[in-house]
Design a protein around this ligand. Structure first.
Ligand code: ATP
Ligand code: MG
Length: 215
């Protein structure tokens, strides 16, 4: 990890566009050379993220995802800048668009919805528990495959994902009203059917799965 002086940080973010920010400041910046700078704030004073920063989790998770055949970013640089008290990562933009944007701008969403359901099943099959799973964190790449960004909060499980974890994933996907509307148009039950067709949920549990998600 590189330690960046305030001056080096200013150089890094010179001439960038802010993609995402919140009340604490900038979160994601895009450079003219199509590199993305993502910043992580330590939320609490005493936090695991002091010894195991989100930037490191992010880059390890991204690397492991790629190894498992799930496209994700390739981190080039990790840094800490004391003067802004932020950890950060730098990676080339993953080409593509978020599913949120793609689905909103498309009259016929069926294919993409089905692909998404299969993709979630694939993640679960690979025992990947991506807690930030939502339409803004999934991209469709130019070759049509789906990939993940924003991967700091992700776990590679040793055991198959529990029903509770799967449920949490679906709930998270449906949390934002504008996203939920897209799933409702396609049919939430229908979406779950497609997921179950591709997932390795035990047969006897499949029946209750719909109620578990919807209930
Ligand atoms: N590698 C990338 N390729 C393309 N676009 C990206 C990339 N990284 C970030 N973006 C864009 O920046 C936005 C915010 O990035 P990211 O999801 O990493 O930040 P975030 O602030 O954690 O978002 P949220 O908390 O809302 O999920 C994305 O929705 C996407 O539009
Ligand atoms: Mg995000």
């Amino acid at each position: 990890m590189r330690l960046l002086s305030g001056e080096a940080y200013r150089r890094l973010v010179q001439d960038t566009r802010v993609l995402e920010h919140d009340r604490f400041g900038d979160k994601v910046l895009r450079r003219r050379d199509d590199r993305v700078i993502k910043l992580f704030r330590t939320k609490r004073l005493l936090s695991l993220s002091l010894i195991y920063p989100y930037s490191l989790r992010f880059s390890r998770n991204a690397r492991k995802l790629n190894r498992l055949g799930v496209p994700s970013v390739e981190v080039e640089q990790l840094f800490y800048c004391a003067s802004i008290r932020r950890h950060g990562v730098v990676y080339p933009l993953l080409p593509g668009e978020t599913l949120g944007c793609l689905l909103e701008g498309r009259p016929n969403r069926d294919d993409l919805m089905q692909q998404l359901a299969r993709f979630i099943a694939e993640l679960h099959q690979k025992k990947i528990y991506f807690r930030s799973l939502h339409l803004g964190n999934i991209l469709q790449l130019p070759d049509g495959r789906l990939g993940l960004i924003d991967v700091a909060d992700l776990r590679f499980s040793l055991l198959p994902l529990t029903l509770w974890q799967r449920r949490r994933n679906f709930r998270h996907l449906l949390r934002r009203a504008e996203h939920r509307a897209l799933f409702e148009q396609f049919g939430i039950e229908r979406f779950i059917e497609h997921y179950l067709d591709a997932a390795d949920v035990p047969q006897q549990k499949k029946a209750g799965f719909q109620t578990l998600i919807m209930g």
